[in-house]
Design a binder for this molecule. Structure first.
Ligand SMILES: [Zn+2]
Length: 74
């Protein structure tokens, strides 16, 4: 096992670690609509992933209609 030759202070180690920061993930461009999206995620704007639609994105009107339908039942 290697041993510490010259131990330095807590402050010194902490000062060095102030430069360790998490970097923000790079936004990827959607190949379908061109909007910025998370890489390896389905596009939240058009519902496409690698050229195929995998999720249906509702328009504001569709969402309203669905909500009204729900209210009628309950
Ligand atoms: Zn898209």
């Amino acid at each position: 096992m290697p041993k510490v030759k010259h131990r330095h202070s807590k402050m010194r180690g902490r000062k060095r670690r102030t430069h360790y920061k998490a970097t923000a993930p790079e936004p990827a461009k959607c190949s379908q609509c061109g909007k910025a999206k998370k890489s390896h995620h389905v596009c939240p704007y058009c519902g496409y992933y690698s050229g195929t639609q995998v999720k249906k994105i509702e328009t504001v009107e569709e969402k309203k209609a669905r909500k009204e339908e729900k209210n009628k039942k309950g």
